[in-house]
Design a protein. Sequence first.
Length: 185
Amino acid sequence: MSGANEFAAQRQRQAVPRAAIRVVALAALCAGVALASSGCASIGAASGAAAAAATGIVTANPAVGVGVGIAVQAATDEAVNRFMKSMHADQQEMIAETAGRLPVGGMDIWRIKHSLPVENGHGQVRVTRAFASALALCKEFVFSVQDGEAADAPEQWYTASTCHDDSGWKWATAEPAVERWGTLQ
């Protein structure tokens, strides 16, 4: 009879890790579906929820799971924000350089394509005026961002400034003056 009890105990020990693996796999699947359907905005929440669920299962302590989930969400949100800010900076540099080389009244196309297909953009730049101060030569311009590659794709227009320094033309509009990028300029 002790052999039967030992066999039952062994099956019980195997069942716990299998259940934990199933729950972690289900949490990962849910996180993947959430990410695929909602984009970058919810990546922090999804990763935090998955980490909280996995930690809660492993530690059997929901408080530890919640703490880990909050920390993972905060770290993921910060990483996504840093990445998006660098993508926005690339766009702004391209637009500022394009405006800088144009005369007042001039128009040209700007386009940027990143190695990852995120925050690629294109549109027009039109310089509206140039002015000089004791510190720098600057230009005000309007620029568009076209939504899509089609010729008739809708485009939105924004205003900004660029100034010239020793290293070239630089974006000179303080955040969050251009609503396209919000607070992530």
